[in-house]
Design a protein around this ligand. Structure first.
Ligand code: KIV
Ligand code: ZN
Length: 515
């Protein structure tokens, strides 16, 4: 079995998803989970983009011990210097240099002739080689680059000292046949190709990112780049979990495998979804809520007789366990603690007590508390943001023929309280206006989404909001059996994050283009 290296770019290309903006703590949290998942390499960001990006990459570089940490850089000295600074504490640093090579990019974006592209990239790789032993070079938009020129670029990159050459299908234009053929052609024609690794980096604009990555593997790719849940620019990147499970499930066909700890897939997916606020569609392969659900009678009958009739992989493989122990209001601290350990949380006494109090609260409202409920409660406050404001109470008056009115009471850090009332177009609008009045924060609600954590009338509702204030965009989360309370919690959470963000280094990338 050939080993396929996994290069995760959730924290870089994934973070380029519209509306996603992870803070340093969140990046580290995801990086540590990616380390548990066992990715070989992880791209932590683009340090030259902003001081905040640089700080985020440094924090990941310091935290991660068992994966190579990578920083993205344009083919320019000042970018390489920023990456050097960001990666100075990494155990196994790697620089990812890129320069576009396709005729469209050469003509319209770079305004460079082929020879200038070659010279610029070569100079950057040679400069970087003084500081980095591991360098990946990406000819951006390789998919739409003339094949003979791509061979020339690859040969130059090898000569200059790149250790990995990546072939990005930047705009998700390739079909599996064409994309696979690029790898075959490079393998057959480029002198020295055996000295480096070839990598595949696909985007999903036509829904072919995973198929293209697999075609690359069949044609000799050593590494697959992708993101958890397939998040990323526009339609996203190759989903790492899809590639990993395709190789696992169809081993005899691909004759290749990853060394990922597959049982960490579900947890990683959940964490990325929570921290990015990007909800995983129910029908998403591998990690969607319905990926292992069987609805039709014929399928259910088949499953009961023999699982393999309709199940090509088991939910346990990706770490989804069937819950044997469902907790309720009579469950004690001991059973609760055992459940936490079973779910993979090792909390100290203080955090167990806080979580137990939340659980008891929920068990009063909900007969059976499932694993998903407990995870949602714990992860609502996964990243501890200092709570300048915390929601005490909300009171809403609503009737379909009257104007909704909300009153909120908010606790301050010094123990004081704020209380305000407001009317709105709907109950949530009234609550948000009352919170705005109380906190005196001028924010714009950029996104609002709600989903239920489990099924049934008493299910927990989970709300995500994105608030904007000037250059800043922040995500907030709230969980409750009541969707109005969850909405209020998410909004207050976002305001607390906004206040925290104003104190941290600038993250605006508006003036940085990927040229
Ligand atoms: O899609 C792309 O071309 C990229 C490069 C920066 C590798 O993400
Ligand atoms: Zn990309």
């Amino acid at each position: 079995m050939r080993k396929i290296y996994i290069f995760d770019t959730t924290l870089r290309d994934g973070e380029q998803s519209p509306g996603v903006n992870l803070n340093m703590q969140e990046k580290v949290e995801i990086a540590l989970q990616l380390e548990k998942l066992g990715v070989d390499r992880m791209e932590a960001g683009f340090p030259a983009a902003s001081p905040g990006d640089l700080a985020g990459v440094s924090a990941v570089a310091r935290a991660v011990k068992n994966a190579s940490v990578i920083a993205l850089s344009r083919s320019r000295e000042q970018d390489i210097e920023a990456a050097r600074e960001a990666l100075k504490d990494a155990q196994d640093p790697c620089l990812h240099l890129f320069l576009a090579t396709s005729p469209i990019h050469r003509q319209h974006k770079l305004r460079m002739e082929k020879h200038q592209v070659l010279e610029t990239a070569e100079a950057a790789i040679r400069y970087a080689k003084k500081y980095f032993s591991k360098i990946e070079f990406s000819p951006e938009d390789a998919g739409r680059t003339e094949l003979d020129f791509l061979c020339e670029v690859t040969e130059m990159a090898i000569r200059a000292g790149a250790t990995v050459v990546n072939i990005p299908d930047t705009v998700g234009y390739m079909t599996p046949y064409e994309y696979g053929n690029i790898f075959k052609t490079l393998k057959e024609n480029v002198p020295g190709i055996e000295k480096i690794q070839l990598s595949a980096h696909c985007h999903d604009d036509l829904g072919m990112a995973t198929a293209n990555a697999l075609a690359a593997i069949l044609n000799g790719a050593d590494q697959i780049e992708g993101t958890i849940n397939g998040i990323g620019e526009r339609a996203g990147n190759t989903s790492i979990e899809e590639v990993a499970m395709a190789l696992e499930t169809r081993q005899e066909f691909f004759q290749a495998k990853t060394t990922l700890t597959l049982s960490e897939i579900a947890r990683t997916s959940r964490l990325v979804s929570k921290l990015t606020g990007m909800v995983v569609p129910g029908n998403k392969a591998i990690v969607g809520a319905n990926a292992f659900a069987h609805e039709s009678g014929i399928h259910q009958d088949g499953m009961l007789k023999e699982k393999t009739t309709y199940e090509i992989m088991s939910p346990e493989t990706i770490g989804l366990k069937e819950s044997k122990l469902v907790l309720g209001k009579h469950s004690g601290r001991h059973a609760f603690r055992e459940k936490l350990v079973d779910l993979g949380y090792n909390l100290d006494d203080e955090h167990v007590n806080a979580a137990f109090a939340k659980f008891k609260d929920l068990a009063d409202k909900k007969k059976n508390v499932t694993d998903e409920d407990i995870v949602a409660l714990l992860e609502e406050k996964l990243i501890e943001t200092p709570e300048v404001f915390s929601l005490e109470t909300i009171q809403v008056s609503y009737g379909n023929q009257s104007t909704p009115t909300a009153t909120v009471r908010i606790k301050l850090l010094d123990g004081g309280y704020l209380e305000e009332a407001a009317v709105g177009n709907g109950s949530v609008d009234a609550i948000y206006k009352a919170i705005d009045k109380a906190t005196k924060e001028e924010v714009e609600l950029d996104d609002y989404s709600i989903q239920s954590v489990t099924h049934g009338k008493d299910a927990l509702g989970e709300v995500h909001v994105v608030l904007k204030q000037g250059d800043y965009a922040v995500l907030g989360r709230g969980v409750s059996t009541d969707i109005l309370e969850a909405s209020a919690r998410a909004y207050v959470d976002a305001i607390n994050r906004l206040i925290e963000k104003r104190k941290s280094p600038a993250r605006s990338r508006d003036n940085v283009t990927l040229i």
